[in-house]
Design a binder for this molecule. Structure first.
Ligand code: MG
Length: 334
């Protein structure tokens, strides 16, 4: 089994000035990292993690090797975050895939960047999100639909850089000829339904550049609220050592050409993107603190409930006053 083609596309989206996503496209190793932190720290975190993987020159080694790579990436991000005050508190997700010489694809995963597989024209999500809302869905306290619109949907329960050690999920897929794998940041998966991702991959499965571009365009049309990164790789029969000439790498221009307005169209160009007031920033809450985080969230909601109750009481009083006025008027009129 070999990597027959691969491609990476990334775009800041419509609401963010910076692109804090990073990716690795170093066959047989692929990854997406989605950084977080103030100022430029998110870019630093995801960039350090991606560089750590890229430098490894990984080729084989299975789950153990993938865990080693991610632990090393974590060590580098954490060390920088604890020694450089400008990056304190930064972190990053990582979802990595290593295509093994034995035909398995080994994944390592921390955070909410996702891996998908298109096999026989059906899309399957391979990773479980390490998020507060995903945890609540697993506990049966939230429906998947509620999770999609939950105000705390960007709270992740695991990230690289926040602790000296990190718990890495790993699993392996027995690759089949024709498999198409997608690793993406939440800027894609939160803006485009899985059924639409499936449709786009089906239509463009022989042209990964077109697939990547179509995914990013769909995410921007869906709102483009976050940075969008899509890494694609296709697996096919053949010796793993065969040189891979079709592998390419490309970052899309910052603006979606077909959505860009030019002065000659008679319309003023859009103002430079600034952070959306309602864009949700990713933050980390360790799984052990989920209940505390949730209690804090409910407290935030409580004043609103209080206002609702006070409003109801006021309406009841007004209704009583109106009834008394009507009764008195009726009594006088007789
Ligand atoms: Mg993101």
């Amino acid at each position: 089994m070999k990597v027959a083609a691969s491609y990476a596309g990334t775009d800041p989206g419509k609401k963010r000035r910076r692109n804090e996503d990073s990716y690795v496209i170093a066959p047989p190793l692929f990854a997406v990292a989605d950084g977080m932190g103030g100022a430029q720290a998110g870019e630093v975190a995801s960039g350090l993690a991606a560089a750590a993987l890229e430098e490894s020159g990984a080729n084989g080694g299975g789950e153990r090797r993938v865990i080693e790579l991610i632990q090393e990436a974590n060590r580098r991000v954490h060390e920088r975050a604890t020694t450089d005050a400008t990056t304190a508190g930064m972190g990053t997700t990582i979802t990595a895939a290593l295509v093994e010489p034995d035909g398995r694809v080994v994944f390592g995963h921390v955070g909410d960047s996702r891996a998908y597989l298109l096999r026989d024209n059906t899309l399957e999500q391979l990773t479980d999100d390490h998020t507060l809302v995903a945890e609540l869905v697993r506990r049966g306290e939230l429906s998947p639909g509620e999770a999609e619109v939950h105000p705390q949907r960007s709270v992740i329960t695991r990230a690289l850089g926040t602790d000296p050690d990190v718990d890495v999920d790993t699993f392996a897929i027995d690759a089949r000829p024709g498999d198409l794998y997608l690793i993406c940041s939440d800027g894609l998966s939160s803006m485009v339904d899985a059924s639409d991702i499936e449709e786009i991959l089906r239509r463009n499965r022989t042209d990964l550049a077109a697939a990547s571009k179509a995914l990013i365009q769909a995410a921007n049309r869906g709102g483009g609220e976050d940075n969008i990164t899509a890494v694609l790789f296709a697996v096919d029969e053949g010796p793993a050592t065969e040189p891979d000439e079709r592998t390419r790498e490309f970052a899309l221009p910052t603006q979606d050409e077909e959505d860009t307005l030019h002065p000659e169209d008679g319309v003023a160009p859009p103002p430079p993107a600034s952070p959306a007031p309602n864009a949700v920033d990713t933050m980390v809450v360790p799984a052990a603190e989920i209940d505390a985080a949730l209690a804090a969230h409910e407290e935030q909601q409580a004043p609103q409930a209080g206002i609702g109750r006070r409003l109801l009481a006021l309406l009841v009083i007004l209704a009583l006053v109106a009834i008394i006025v009507v009764l008195v008027w009726w009594g006088l009129a007789r």
